[in-house]
Write a protein that binds this ligand. Sequence first.
Ligand code: BF8
Length: 666
Amino acid sequence: MAKGRTNQERSSDAASIAMLERAEALGITTAFQRAELLAACPIGAGQSGTCCKNCYMGPCRITKDGQVGVCGATMETINARNMARACAAGSAAHSDHGRDLAFTLLATAEGKAQGYEIRDVAKLWNVAKKWGVATEGRSKQDVAKELALKGLAMFGQQTGETVYIKHAPEKRQKIWRQHGVVPRGVDREVVDILHRTHMGDDQDPEHILLGAIRTSLADGWGGSMLATDFSDILFGTPSPNVSQVNLGVLKKDEVNILVHGHEPTLSEMIVAACQDPAMQEYARSKGAKGVNLAGICCTSNEILIRQGIPSAGNFLNQELALITGAVEAMVVDVQCIMQALPEVASRFHTKIVTTSPKVKITGAMHVEFDERKGLDQARELVKIAIDNFANRGETMIPDQQSDLVPGFSHEYINYMLGGTFRASFRPLNDAIMTGRIRGVVADVGCNNARTTQDASHNFLVREFLKNDVLVVETGCAALASAKMGYLLGDAALEYAGPGLREVCEAVGIPPVLHAGSCVDNTRILTVLTQMAQEGGLGDDISDIPAVGLAPEWMSEKAIAIGMYCAASGAYVIFGTTSPLASDDVVQKLMTEGWEEKFGGKMEFEVDEKEILRKALEHIDKKRAALKLPAWEPTRHGKSGDWRMEELFKLPVEERLEALYGTPVTA
Ligand code: BF8
């Protein structure tokens, strides 16, 4: 990794580059420079071996073939354990987010959560049915209470199968049962992994990885799926809205509040508090024109997809947003929050406020979130920000902001394809079967300070569009595309191949769909399941011409997501770095081994052009296996909006002739 990169090598986003220049001028260090100042440990990162820290006879650094740790642990065992532990941590984080939502749903049902309500009763009824909770003749509070209690019980479920498993395609369920990976409760599975990877336990790499698969499934088809469902019940199922993204959403003359992290619970109350006319008036009394709320990371995605609250950007934008000098308060909850924030904030007037009982950061204020007084707390936080406006110094807000249309929940995708009374995945399946759409790619996951911010996401999205591949996105990947305008029809359709363009114009959707935050990757599982059940594309997720990508990944949650997607039958490719670069054995277990067992696989590939090639090759292989016509770039595209546009460019007499067939005089 190059030392002292240019700002253009650090980020492909113009707003970020402007803030990196300002950071340099002010002598502020950000993650971009820290990644250059601190080289990744080549052994820990997998480039020159591996490292085991699971007992205190070590750490044992294994750098040569045949070398083993003090206990005799091999490279393969150590790598499998490291992968499994990352998966356990990632699953714990995502699923614990789900648990908190179950507690909020319970408190809401009992009338103890101030400001919260059950906003989507239809979703409540639908989810209750999945969970075997009776609805007839019962109040929504009653149903929600039983559902919340069942949800909470699932976390500690000791035996048997968790409830979402039976909603996977039947063939998939059989595969999981055959290989003994059907998960029990997520707490049980996370503990199982921590136990079996403790010194002196499970030492067979294949067996360790099967344990990791089971844990990841407890997250993907458990805690994370619950998080998505319960969030929709409480805050509404997303549907498309128009909003804006990038640092330009900050306002020069208003109090700017940023919410950052992952959970929608407190941030939804902050949305309500900011919209309160009394708060806006209070801001005016302090010399601001109003209060402006925006988000960072997945807390941002949660309120963006549901309430259309603008986003100031993705993971690597968090410090840069503070460097504008225009943020009065950044309120954070859990996950992906850099410890550097209070230090950067100390150069300005910005207050960093931690709110989760699980997260404190030295140098930050702490206002511990309690849903029983959620709205009051949100008002208190907004007031803290407003009172801080007077302390604002010089600001520099980049101009860049782009419109986007987020909010493509699986319910909405189903509806938009079929219509209210005939919601169906038939048109999507048909478009894939005819080859108008070559396949589907889910581009998800993080930014990584060791690569150019957003560059791989955006390169891959453009290339897939050119190849008639429909793209679904979540998390920081979606925000990267949003900054480029790819979540709007026109900008993305400019790249789309003729077949994909035809379908998107007919349905009226952009070819890049923002499906939500990272826990909402479960929406993609649901879409793939429904596509398999619709018919024509096999009868399992593994049959569908689809690939999952995390080209700029960095978090343990990404590992958990990659594993549950692979175990669900998808081909998953991770970019930027490979922790298994020195270990063909474990990489083979996770590719050839898993493909044989689960029909899906997880691979690390650092070259983005290779990611593209491998993904397209896989899509074409799946098309061939389904006996679908091979994709031909010029076969489709004879219809579409462009024909109308050309028509309108004709002189009026030619237009009339084209429209009515015979020469007409205007
Ligand atoms: O959960 S994509 S950097 S913000 S981990 Fe974090 Fe990665 Fe962003 Fe959302 Ni997901």
